[in-house]
Write a protein of this length. Sequence first.
Length: 380
Amino acid sequence: MDFAYPPEAETFRGELRAWLEANLEPRFRDLGQGLSLDREGIELLREWNRRLAEAGYAAIHWPEAYGGRDAGLLEQVVLAEENDRAGAPPTLNPIGLANIAPAILQHGREDQKRRYLPPMQRGDEIWSQGFSEPGAGSDLAGLETRAVDEGDCFRVTGQKVWNSLGEWADWCQLLVRSDPDKPRHAGISCLLLDMKLPGIEVRPTTTITGESEFAEIFLDDVRVPKDALLGEPDGGWAVAMTTLTSERAGVATLHLGVSRRIARLAETVRARSTPVGPVAREKLARLYLHGRLLERLSQRALSAILSGRAGPEGSLVKLVWSEVEQEIGETAAELLGREALGGEWARTRLAARSYSIAGGTTQVNKNIVAQRVLGLPRDR
Ligand SMILES: Cc1cc2nc3c(=O)[nH]c(=O)nc-3n(C[C@H](O)[C@H](O)[C@H](O)COP(=O)(O)OP(=O)(O)OC[C@H]3O[C@@H](n4cnc5c(N)ncnc54)[C@H](O)[C@@H]3O)c2cc1C
């Protein structure tokens, strides 16, 4: 590691560890995927989220004035490490807390910050992100969901896809085309959409894991009040960029789950009655090395951010992370055979297919690495 945790971060670690020991009851531990829970799981996660919020640990990167701790990046990394070590579940509102709140804090009016941030922090209101459309994903500026200014409201019509947590969301950070005559990036606005408004239909999407972590959202002539606008009219691209670039601590801690899963796989293989042959050993050793490589890449990304020279490291980490996650699933299937056809290992293998699409596809990240790391010419 080419950086050291400052004493303040270690003090924070000690306090947090003690708090987790006192508060993380077994019923909360390893609750797992917030995105794939049923109603009962959602309510348990909400209870945990409230407990975190009351202790000031739900959104430590937020300003103190809005219930955060003004925590720096290293403290956020410490929080992720300690949560991982203790087996604490994720928050109920991961997208809201990490991605949408920074946009509200940067572009929102004071009344919007006071209205939306406290219930988001406690998990009382769940938020989703409505950016992608059937014809706009990697090329987000091509979005077509239309918002027409009608004086007292926007009339919104269109469709969103891949809306994580859409089934449960109370609010959605929605990108709309507010002026089709302006250049693509300049005609987009951002609305804070109340999902209870008439004209909104949410259709959960069942994935190959059998869960419905996403939904499609259909908007049919929805009357959205004018004060739902976040940022300037037609200034939605800047809001979207704040949201999309606010995942720095997330990128720097992606390796934690990977290391845990690799260690568990090695343990499972070791505990079996069948002897571990040379092929299995080699596969596990290779997987372990790839996990460590990811850890080093994450640490380099963190160092770069801390020293103010963040570059394409995030793309590299995302790229390698999705590959290692997929390798874990494939290796588990090869080494455990029938045992990996159900339960945790089957879910790991199937869920990991989506990781090379979510949050920037492998191909788009490879383009970034080709241009900004290898200095190759831009893709035409
Ligand atoms: C797990 C998961 C969670 C998600 N959650 C959300 C969410 O909450 N909210 C939301 O709005 N969206 C969400 N998404 C959507 C995600 O942002 C998009 O899937 C992603 O941006 C890709 O867009 P697309 O699916 O339209 O594919 P496209 O952009 O149409 O890409 C199709 C194929 O073309 C390739 N491609 C595209 N452009 C290039 C290029 N320039 N060069 C080379 N190849 C290229 C891609 O790599 C891909 O293989 C989620 C997706 C996943 C998988």
